[in-house]
Design a protein around this ligand. Sequence first.
Ligand code: ADP
Ligand code: ADP
Length: 216
Amino acid sequence: MLKASGIYKSYGNLPILKGVDFEVSKGEIVSIVGASGAGKSTLLHILGTLDNADKGNLILNNTDISILSGRQLSAFRNQNIGFVFQFHHLLPEFTALENICIPGFMAGKSEKAIKAKAIELLELFGLKDRASHKPAELSGGEQQRISVARALINNPSIILADEPSGNLDSINANALHALFLKLRDQFNQTFVIVTHNDELATISDRVVTMKDGLII
Ligand code: ADP
Ligand code: ADP
């Protein structure tokens, strides 16, 4: 599903990634762990096509992303990759339902189809009664589950998450992790997750450790 080979990245003269090879199969939950500064977020951003490698290859869903123009790449990213961050970045003036729909509107899909999918996700996540709430009216755990629904609205082949439970108490963190497992088990959803959470690493199918810009 995803294959990155020989990824190098420097900021100025400072090498951050020093030849990373990384593969993920469909339906796998892979956690990336390692000390702060090891290069985990940098790698995740490159896997998500949010940042360019200086050198190396990224193939996602049988597409070599280096052949895509800037515009094609944005469309490809929006269709194929869902992002979940430590801080949910929900838009405060929109309801939960509207927030979930936004990437669907950006992909140019029909409003009816997007809303139906968003409601389906709210039901699946047990949040249907929160549809018309604004983010400030939701608990931290609910906000993060809404951001996962938003990440799924375009049926992405992969979800990339950077410290998704980093800002949650253990009850909400466990609920989020259970949701990831449910998405994998019911829909064969694929995840790559940067985390410091031991529970999340433990339930992952595979854990890779980064150190000083390399997977060790
Ligand atoms: P991790 O996620 O493992 O903590 P990061 O990938 O965030 O590591 O960062 C790796 C190193 O790259 C750090 O030393 C960080 O300061 C540096 N870095 C990250 N982004 C930038 C940037 N945009 N410009 C300069 N240095 C950066
Ligand atoms: P949790 O412990 O799960 O984070 P909270 O104790 O923060 O939950 O919230 C409990 C419930 O109260 C949540 O379901 C949420 O929808 C509701 N709630 C929390 N804050 C507000 C608010 N400011 N306005 C309206 N409802 C809220």
